[in-house]
Design a protein around this ligand. Structure first.
Ligand code: NZQ
Ligand code: ZN
Length: 376
């Protein structure tokens, strides 16, 4: 086994931790406080952040939408330049955080920062970012990834860089009290799929990686099965920590990864606007069935260590029923898609050169068609 692992994000976990942000932001910073559509004004987070920043020079930018767009973030970029911002504080879910990561890299780049999303350029520097997380799902609060959309062309793309890794992240589970069921369910499903993308590939000899992934999968399964406890503080604490650990980079380092469900899901969201987690749920069970021969050994291991099931086929049924029992559909036909959906998604994958996905690079465009056909 060989790997490099780097995670420089300081984590402040627990109720009342928002005030700790002052420990991390240098005193003389010009801070841009960035948030989404306003949920933080309904649950006291906005007031707590403003109180914490009272001795800082700060500006606000709001209106980052779910699936953040360059069109919106480029408006924030004008403020960064005009006000000589040198610290970005992202207060929100994955969308606000990812938008801020783009902003941090764009601020110190002379060209069009979409170059990072197109893979034309690597990030060489970025402004520092701090995070107050309001929605446990993506893991973006302590990873090096950012997913940004260009609405004008239906593109939703990803870039990665150590320079955009947040310096700190506040994980205060009490902020989840205002999350609606839809977003909470999205968090459970997204974190579950993140773990699968790094675990359900080929057998490996690492007891730590697989053991840790199985712990996360068992934990998320327990939360899904105890949905009625979603307002309990233990339930919330667990979801916030599980979602963070599912994509903070550790379980994926040094092991073969998949990510095909995500790449196909991103194209579905870009075209048809499904929530990120919903786009994964309509792909993953069908992908596992189509790619069964590749996944069989790991599905068997997952069955034994996560669900106490011996039949690998039944493991896929079990995953699907976990989502369905939450009310998260695994059928694309339950959403407003048109009869061109397979064509649109596969053409987008071709445009983005995603012709061979999966841990064995054998999820071809033909296989994607088969997967989507099963979802209709
Ligand atoms: O904008 P506001 O008003 O804050 O409302 C948001 C938004 O409407 C609301 N919300 C967030 N916290 C809340 C709250 N409502 C009430 N109370 C709270 N405490 O929830 C809605 C959805 O927020 P969003 O940030 O879009 O959700 P999520 O965290 O699921 O992020 C999804 C985005 O992250 C990307 C996805 O593709 C998508 O663009 N991902 C990022 C990853 C990464 N950087 O590592 C990995 C993921 O696989 C994913 O691709
Ligand atoms: Zn995801």
């Amino acid at each position: 086994m060989t790997f490099s692992y780097y995670n420089p994000t300081a984590i402040e976990f627990g109720a009342g931790k928002i005030s700790e942000i002052t420990k991390y932001i240098p005193k003389k910073s010009n801070v841009l406080f960035v948030y989404g559509g306003g949920s933080i004004k309904k649950n006291g987070i906005y007031q707590q952040v403003v109180e914490a920043l009272k001795n800082f020079n700060f500006f606000e930018f709001y209106g980052v939408e779910p699936n953040p767009s360059v069109e919106t973030m480029n408006k924030a970029l004008s403020i960064v330049k005009e006000e000589e911002i040198d610290y970005i504080l992202a207060v929100g879910g994955g969308s606000v955080i990812d938008g801020c990561k783009y902003l941090a890299a764009a601020a110190l780049y002379d060209g069009d920062a979409w170059d990072f999303l197109d893979g034309k350029k690597q990030v060489e520097k970025a402004l520092p970012i701090g995070v107050v997380l309001t929605l446990p799902a993506t893991g973006s609060e302590s990873n090096s990834l950012s997913v940004v959309s260009k609405k004008s062309t239906n593109d939703k793309r990803l870039f990665a860089s150590d320079f955009i890794h947040p310096k700190f992240a506040v994980l205060d589970p009490s902020v989840m009290s205002t999350l609606d069921d839809r977003q909470l369910k999205n968090g459970l499903v997204d974190a579950f799929v993140h773990t699968c993308e790094q675990y359900l590939t080929i057998p490996n000899n690492s007891l730590v990686h697989d053991g840790y992934s199985e712990t996360i999968l068992r934990g998320l399964t327990t939360l899904m099965n105890t949905w009625e406890n979603k307002d309990d503080s233990d339930w919330r604490d667990n979801l916030m920590l599980l979602a963070n650990q599912a994509l903070n980079g550790f379980i994926g380092c040094g092991v073969v990864q998949d990510w095909a469900t995500h790449f196909i899901g991103h194209e579905i969201t870009a075209y048809y606007g499904l929530d990120h987690a919903r786009s994964l749920a309509v792909v993953q069970p069908h992908l596992l069935r189509v790619m069964f021969e590749d996944k069989k050994d790991k599905l068997e291991q997952m069955g034994k260590n996560v669900f106490a099931i011996t039949d690998a086929n039944k493991v896929i049924d079990k995953i699907e029923s976990l989502y369905n029992n939450l009310g998260v559909s695994t059928k694309l036909s339950d959403y407003e898609v048109d009869d061109k959906v397979i064509e649109n998604i596969t053409e987008s994958l071709k445009k983005h050169q995603m012709l061979k996905l999966g841990e064995n690079q054998d999820i071809t465009i033909e296989k994607v068609k088969e997967i989507l056909q099963k979802s209709l």
